[in-house]
Design a protein around this ligand. Sequence first.
Ligand SMILES: [Fe+2]
Length: 531
Amino acid sequence: MEKNPNDSLRIQISNITDFSEMGSRFSKTVSVDHLLSLILKQAMSAMDAEVCIIWLKDKFGNLVPRISFGLNSRIIQSVKMRLGVGLVKCIMRKGHPTNIYDLSKDKRVPLKRLIKKEGLSSLLAEPLIMENDRVGVLMICTRSKRRFTATDLKVFAAVAKQSALTIADVGLYDRMDKKVRQKIEEISMLFTMSRSITSSVNSSLLLNTILDKTRLLMKAKFCTLNLIDKSRSKLEFAAESGLGTEENEDFRVFEGELAKKVVKSGMPLILNEIAAYTKKIPVLLKRKKIHSVAFVPLFSNRRHSGVLAAYMQDVRFFEKAEMEIFGMVASLCSMAVDNSAMIDKVRKDYFNSIKTLAEIIDANDSYTRGHCDKVMRYSLEICKRLNLDNRDVSSIKTASMLHDIGKIGVDLSVIHKEGKLSDEDWAKIRKHPEIGARIVRQVGFLNDIVPIIMHHHAKFSGGGYPNPVLRGARIPIGARIIAVADAYDAMMSDRPYRKALSHEEAVAELKKCSGTQFDPKVVTAFISRKV
Ligand SMILES: [Fe+2]
């Protein structure tokens, strides 16, 4: 049955007044859905409509419902309408309300099944316009057929305008939020970088971490770092992120020439579009679809120390703030490079000191002279076969050198005893892993190797010392490796109570004890090495 509300004009005018009052409250409210639901409820009451929906454009060219009243919410959430087609095209083109008296008879109308299921009859719709952009549609429907009056259309236009303004306001909040979020992200990355610089003890890892963060920060495809060599005669490639191992001679020449210019001028260099700078674009840049690049110089003690570069896939026009951030990253890089040099020196000095210490232990025991050195060599060969990462290899190298440092704390008469060892002697010798762990624990640098030293006499199937319960993969990999290297060298050396074994005999013994005393994976890696 047709319904013509013909309600008092006064009520509708009063409702329009309500909308403007509502507008004054918007600045105090931030939830877009709350605001829109207030507007929709007011619109439904003013227009005497049963259904009201706000549709907004998505990035795929559809209108999707943002908020609705009077419909089955589960169904409405899953529907969408194509932009530029049928009724939607017609509504979006018009700057004023579109009125359909009988939805069942209009061929342009989409979502026929939904309309039938919900028993919708008439419709009034208007585009939501925000800064000349049609961002969505406000729609009301009635379940009885209805001819909307001129006053209905005016009220509806006011509601649509208010809805668009609300969306625009919240859109503004979103944009601000995005900028703030981006800033926070940038600051947090810079903070992480600076923290890595002060806490890292691994120089190559540190540079890689910084380059990774730079790439994210600059939204770059890849980043490179070239440093001036010790003789200060040339720039040398030092680190990269995102480039991988791809080698390309013309790229190196291209980058080298530009990096030299940056070092010479001491100023950043930006190529917004590489194609505008040179016709000879390196193959690597073409393959990676690079369009722009930014270089910044690095300084150390007021002298040029290198060049940081970020390669982007877009034609990039840098804002001042972006270049400031890039400059800050370059400063952090310079600090990292300085710290790396210092860290490397300290580590080298330290390693030499512990090596001397290990040699003193060796010298105290004529039967094991050169033992630590050989255990280190065998351990490194196993690491290589097992493809361990650099950090593990570095720890295992140091630990293998120092694995018996705890013997310093064992009575020398026991260590040098030529006859059979008593139970009491063995008890003393078995203390050396714990004593060694205690010694290296005192040194911050060596914390990584404490568990390796502690468990280098653990047995793969359990029952070793000092913790007989420890077994399998719970024994640190470094300890499992040193156990094999240590045993092999011991078998290959003369002892007061037996002659040295041959290589074949020692390997046979390792195989025999594989899975019980030793990790089978480590034994296989060791015996497959070139002798
Ligand atoms: Fe030992």
